[in-house]
Design a protein around this ligand. Structure first.
Ligand code: TXA
Ligand code: MG
Length: 360
């Protein structure tokens, strides 16, 4: 298949065409404020099957349905609980996905066989225009091959999807960089199934008590995550990745210590670091082995969210065989969402600066 790449200034001219491709069952990747989505007609079972095929994704992993206005919600769900209304008013359009009981209109293929459906109204103007042009809700997972880091640029989507889909709409780099927060509204208390830019504090300020699914962060343990997608090793670079825990300065010093030995063993190592630790690596001298990738500043977690997946993809391009990443358990709630993604990328593999290490 010849994949068309359409720039933001060509969108208006192609809007109707792209909408029609989706309506008729084709696949179009598009930007949202979080990550790029791989869009298809959410009401067409065959279109959902094409998404699973293009991504190489297990079909028990349900898709998020994207809408352009709250009026589009009613036909897709059985009812909208009062706390759902409050959350929609506060955070839509935006990086919040809400889970409702689905109506008969939503095919089982879209929801991976579940009786519930995940719905989100994205904030990106290009995404909203595309949904309007399609005249149907758009089912869209992140537009990466299954298991790879989510795409935050059209070039990332191209790497994974060229030849597999009809078109890629290029909207430049996405703003946030990590996927939407997912909140389940089908139980008594709203429950976070995937942390994201909208944090627990922000949700609780609107609806009072909010729970966090105990499955989050418990990789491979007895508790099973409620969002089926959270059980897969996700967001992962090709090389194994180790999170270095501990006090920021100790962690950076530990990484400096490890680099010499790893280089001597012939490893090509990437280090994911932050502004706050930069000086430690600089002070260690020009001959310090390793490739250094800057994630952002701990004082501005959004900068880290924004760069995270690009850094992981760069590790793939550089063909490093090991990634050492500073762990960041910060005070800021967004840090917890970032750490959720980093832990998944590392498959929960970590070392403790200053002792108690799991050795390689
Ligand atoms: O920011 C985002 O949400 C991006 C952009 C494109 O909108 N989309 C995204 O989709 O991250 P995806 O498919 O990569 O992740 C969807 C997650 C999966 O973990 C899936 O298991 C969960 O949402 N999910 C979808 N429907 C669900 C449902 N009915 N119940 C529980 N979890 C659900
Ligand atoms: Mg994904």
């Amino acid at each position: 298949m010849d994949t068309k790449r359409i720039g933001p200034d060509e969108f208006k001219k192609n809007e109707e065409l792209l909408g029609e491709i989706i309506r008729k069952g084709g696949l179009v990747a598009f930007p949202t404020e979080t990550v790029y989505g791989l869009g298809a007609n959410a009401l067409m079972p065959e279109a959902a099957r094409k998404i699973y095929e293009a991504k190489g994704r297990p079909s028990d992993n349900p898709l998020i349905v994207h809408i352009a206005g709250t009026e589009a919600l009613t036909p897709l769900v059985r009812d909208v609980p009062a706390n759902g209304r409050l959350l929609m008013d506060a955070f839509w359009p935006g990086p919040l996905t809400l889970i409702f009981f689905k109506s008969a209109l939503v095919p089982q293929e879209t929801t991976g066989g579940l009786d519930t459906v995940a719905i989100r109204m994205p904030a990106s103007p290009l995404a909203l225009s595309l949904i309007q042009a399609a005249k149907v809700p758009i089912a869209a997972p992140s537009a990466n091959l299954s298991g790879r880091p989510s795409p935050t640029t059209a070039a990332h989507v191209w790497e994974d999807m060229a030849g597999r889909i009809e078109a890629i709409l290029d909207g430049g780099e996405t703003d946030i960089g990590i996927e939407s927060t997912i909140v389940d509204l089908t139980g008594k208390v709203p429950t976070i199934l995937r942390p994201g830019f909208i944090t627990r504090d922000m949700l609780e300020a609107v609806v009072g008590e909010v729970e966090v699914d105990p499955g989050i962060g418990s990789e491979g343990e007895a508790v099973h995550p409620k969002a089926p997608g959270m059980k897969y090793r996700h967001y992962a670079p090709k090389a194994p990745m180790i999170l270095v825990e501990g006090d920021m300065l100790a962690a950076a010093a530990y990484i400096v210590d490890r680099l010499e030995g790893l280089a001597a063993e012939g490893h090509h190592v990437a280090v994911l670091y932050t502004s706050e630790t930069q000086k430690i690596y600089e002070d260690a001298g020009e001959n310090l082995p390793g490739t250094f990738l800057w994630m952002g500043s701990r004082d501005a977690p959004l900068s880290i969210a924004h760069n995270l997946y690009r850094c992981l993809r760069e590790c793939d391009e550089l063909a490093v065989d090991l990634i050492l990443c500073e762990s960041m358990e910060g005070q800021q709630p967004l840090m917890q969402s970032i750490m959720n993604r980093l832990k998944k990328a590392a498959g929960n593999h970590w070392e403790q600066a200053g002792g108690g290490n799991e050795t390689l």
